[in-house]
Design a protein around this ligand. Structure first.
Ligand SMILES: Cc1cc2nc3c(=O)[nH]c(=O)nc-3n(C[C@H](O)[C@H](O)[C@H](O)COP(=O)(O)OP(=O)(O)OC[C@H]3O[C@@H](n4cnc5c(N)ncnc54)[C@H](O)[C@@H]3O)c2cc1C
Length: 586
């Protein structure tokens, strides 16, 4: 079985040193969220994730959810752990105090999301969509619905789902067939079938609140005719108490490669009573509130699983003895951590994970600004940056999760491939993250066509990096980093220009380059994060030599060994799509 120790010191390093967004620091209500409070929260979070949640990872994998006589049962121990989880208030961490939440900023709740992903993704998924449902209801529902549903969701007694996918439509939601017919009392009756619904049914909560995309007959075709509905598993009485069962039933659950402790359900809606959220036919944009935040959280899932893979690989490499390293002096067998190739592999993991955590912290500050700053213009510009980096975090972090968990299996050798050590489970559990919440390729297409071409958001992001280089270039040790980062920024600008030119008469060239572009932006965003970490580490070297020297060494590794991948992606993309589109696939 794997072990997990929450990286509280790493998280506090970011909170204490890289909370550097002036606009974030102006948000009045977060001024009292100080370092002592955050450390206290993270230590409590570490405790429940290490002691209660992590042991469930293996249990859930070996005892998947069960579907029997129309009822879904969670794996042993999940119910008790969930009761403790909500009793300790973890579902309410970032929610509005008006509905019983603790009002913590994303800077803090994102750390918690990472820990929970590291501990057990299956267990996390029972409450994860509740946060999405909470955000969607908060931003788009009327006050009456908010007052009835939000306090129960915040408390964790009711959970949420996101019902988009149908058998004929995953990526292309314009093909949705579920229909919603308006009733005299303004409610709707929904009929149709949704598949692959995470936590669509289970035994952990009293009620399940489905947020369902459906079409109102007579509306426009395609995505323009989609509306969003709230459909509870049990109807809710006027006083908020639970009423009769609604017309939603679980037909089956999926048998899957990973996250076996999380039920993935086929739900049948048969004249199920629902309530319109937002305006008719504008459901997709309301659902995007849920999906955008959810996409970032899926990226954090990739980061969290990578951290567990790294920690266990490191521990194993320090213990496992095989062969003799180049510097062997005593002629005894060495631990594999002494071999340069294993060290390289561990540093691949470490440099990507720590860079990602720092980028996620930067993004969390932007989200907090976009939701809470009093100045409209500042909120809008932070929101633009969030929309640019969201597909990067979703796709890059989860693809790197696949690379890192794969590398972990390799470090464990045969013991990584067999089940006992729990390493292959990390690979299997992570493998869904590049697929759900919009596949990674579709994220890359969204990044290029909607956020980069004909848009100024990328140049705003680039200006932030250039300013950082200009402002902090004083120390001679930083100059090597500045130079390399500047060259990469130049390449990023060239790549964006190439996309713009090609978009006029070579759309397939652009489409086939989207994944490369997303990777390039991902690696450079991490280089920006490492630049800032290095600056702090150089300044603070005297305070904790061990910690900061290691940071500077890892930054050097990232710049020398990982960042050059950018050039390969650009070079490959620029060759265009001739051979791709010519292939006959006979
Ligand atoms: C375990 C699990 C949990 C899930 N949870 C939920 C949930 O809670 N709620 C929910 O609604 N759904 C959920 N899903 C569904 C998930 O979001 C979809 O599987 C995903 O969006 C992809 O849709 P699809 O499977 O139909 O693939 P398709 O859309 O058929 O895609 C197949 C391939 O084609 C590519 N592709 C598609 N369109 C394009 C295009 N325009 N350009 C280029 N390439 C394209 C895709 O990238 C992919 O590689 C879940 C799925 C799983 C397996």
């Amino acid at each position: 079985m794997t072990t997990y120790n929450a990286p509280v010191e790493e998280m506090m390093f970011l909170f204490n040193n890289l909370k550097d967004n002036k606009n974030y620091n102006e948000i009045e209500k977060f001024k009292e969220i100080n370092s002592d409070l955050v450390k206290d929260i993270l230590e409590q979070a570490a405790k429940i994730n290490q002691e209660v949640v992590h042991p469930l990872a293996k249990i859930g994998d070996e005892n998947p959810c069960i579907y029997e006589n129309g009822i879904v049962r969670s794996p042993p121990g999940f119910k008790e752990a969930y009761a403790r989880f909500i009793n300790d208030g973890w579902t309410s961490l970032s929610c509005d105090p008006k509905y019983g939440g603790q009002g913590m900023p994303k800077t803090v709740s994102t750390f918690f999301e990472e820990m929970l992903s590291s501990a057990s993704l299956s267990f996390k998924l029972y409450s994860e969509l509740s946060i999405g449902a909470y955000n969607c209801i908060l931003h788009h529902a009327d006050e009456k619905i908010k007052d009835v549903f939000l306090p129960k969701i915040v408390e964790g007694k009711w959970s949420g789902t996101m019902c988009l996918t149908e058998s004929q439509c995953g990526t292309d939601l314009g093909l949705i067939k579920t229909k919603a017919v308006k009733q005299k009392d303004s409610s709707f009756l929904l009929t149709g079938q949704k598949i692959f619904i995470t936590s669509g049914d289970h035994d952990l909560t009293e009620n399940i609140i489905h947020l369902v995309l459906a079409k109102i007959p007579g509306g426009p075709d395609g995505t323009k005719g989609i509306s969003l509905f709230l459909v509870p598993k049990f109807n809710v009485n006027n006083d908020g108490s639970i009423g009769a069962r609604n017309g939603v039933n679980t037909l089956s659950i999926e048998s899957k490669m990973g996250i076996k402790g999380s039920p993935t359900c086929v739900l049948n809606f048969d004249n199920a009573k629902g309530f319109l959220i937002g305006q008719e036919n504008k459901g997709l944009s309301s659902m995007f509130t849920m999906m955008n935040l959810e996409r970032i959280i899926v990226g954090i899932q990739g980061l969290g699983i990578s951290e567990t893979a790294y920690q266990n690989s490191l521990a194993y490499a320090k213990e496992r003895k095989q062969g003799k390293s180049n510097n062997n002096k005593d002629n005894k067998t060495d631990e594999i951590i002494k071999h340069a190739d294993i060290r390289r592999s561990l540093l691949n993991m470490k440099s990507i994970i720590e860079g990602q955590r720092s980028l996620a912290f930067w993004l969390s500050q932007q989200i907090d600004v976009s939701l809470n700053h009093t100045n409209d213009e500042i909120r809008k510009s932070a929101d633009d940056l969030v929309s640019l980096i969201t597909p990067v975090v979703k796709s890059f972090f989860t693809d790197m999760g696949t690379e890192i968990t794969n590398e972990a299996i390799q470090i464990f050798g045969g013991y990584g491939y067999t089940k006992d050590q729990g390493i292959e489970q990390l690979y299997r559990d992570n493998r869904i993250t590049p697929i759900y919440e919009g596949t990674n390729s579709v994220q890359a297409i969204d990044l290029v066509f909607r956020k980069v071409l004909n848009n100024k958001i990328l140049s705003n992001f680039i200006s932030i990096i250039k300013n950082e280089i200009k402002e902090k270039n004083g120390k001679s040790e930083l100059q090597r980093f500045s130079k390399i980062l500047e060259n990469n920024i130049k390449l990023l600008e060239e790549f964006a220009k190439w996309l713009e030119d090609k978009n006029k008469d070579g759309k397939d060239d652009v489409s086939s380059a989207c994944n490369d572009f997303l990777k390039v932006l991902g690696y450079i965003s991490l280089a920006y994060s490492w630049f800032k970490i290095t600056k702090v580490s150089l300044d603070k070297l005297g305070e904790n030599k061990n910690f900061y020297e290691e940071k500077i060494n890892t930054a050097n590794y990232y710049y020398d060994k990982i960042l050059p991948r950018v050039e390969a992606h650009y070079k490959s993309a620029k060759t265009g799509s001739d051979y791709i589109m010519k292939a006959k696939f006979n």
